[in-house]
Design a protein around this ligand. Sequence first.
Ligand code: GMT
Length: 390
Amino acid sequence: MNGRLKIGITCYPTLGGSGVVATELGKLLAEKGHEVHFITHSMPFRLGKFHKNIFYHEVEVNDYYVFKYPPYDLSLASKLAQVAQLEGLDLLHVHYAIPHAVCALIARQMVGSQLKVVTTLHGTDITVLAHDESLKDLIRYAINQSDAVTAVSEDLIRETRELLAIEKPIDLAYNFVDKRVYYPRDVEKLRREFAHPHEKILIHISNFRPVKRVLDVVETFSLVSKDIPSRLLFVGEGPELSKVHCKVKELGLLDKVTFCGKQDDVAQLLSLADVMLLPSEKESFGLVALEAMACGVPTIASNAGGIPELITHGETGFLADIGDTEKMAAYVKLLLNDEKLYETVKKACLHRARTTFCNERIMAQYEEIYYRVLERELPEDLTNKLTCLG
Ligand code: GMT
């Protein structure tokens, strides 16, 4: 291909939306013909089988006995520099300011300024870590010294600027889904295993951290199930899981709730559902709601962080104040009791996911940023694509 780039990607490979987005982006870039090197402490969980143009470099941490804390960050910085030099990388695209951007900056100093650093902010690296006085200056430094910085929502850009007094431009690059993976699957047979034909299915997928407010999911479902025969699927695991279990039991809902645990084929499970619940306290984007949207499943969410940039209230889902489970339940009932409204919202979800948040659009945006920091001319096909995507 014309203008082939050699890109190093570092992310948290085992959990969370940031790792998913980083991995999917790497796969798409490789598919297009770029050379992609994942440099992480373990194999990114969405990488799966062998892919042409993708290489994996494991960061091994030295646990020499005098180290109270094994120096992962230094091992990563050193590995980034080694791979960059050996493979002649053009740039490092690192996901999360701390520690990944800082490590990439060290690597750039070791290798030379021809190695560019692109940092993507995902959320908690700002919304949680930038409140920590011991890290704040380091995060600001990492952002200011990166050759380009992107964030997954306008809300995250605003918060980054406010919290850290950043003046440097930050590019907006929304999260995306691969429409070849996330689409409404035919799950009629499987659906019968989870619910009776007259029952509706609600779903919640998360890492069950306190920020997800999973107890609100249980309360919302409890209110809905009083009026609408329904079932709730929980997908994922995390620190709040046992509290959630207790609440389900306390409300006498055990026979209506299924805990699926961690699952790989999320698109399949999403396609089973009628509605997704995402009542988070904070969400810089809410990738899981986009995955649901792409499968034609509307989300009822909290009006928090970047969620309103993804979900337009009344059009592609419904938003309520954080903690307002009565309102959330009312919106679920409104949608599930009105077939025409449901179909309209579903159609709008599919359209939005395939346009604003489609993989081609977002990948082209990232590529444009890569060529910009490298001060290279955009290949003609990319210029055409960007013009055509608008
Ligand atoms: O909170 C999570 O679900 C995990 C976290 C992560 O680090 O992967 O998610 C953050 O990044 C995602 C991908 O950009 C966003 O979709 C999530 O909204 C964001 N989480 C928060 O802001 C709490």
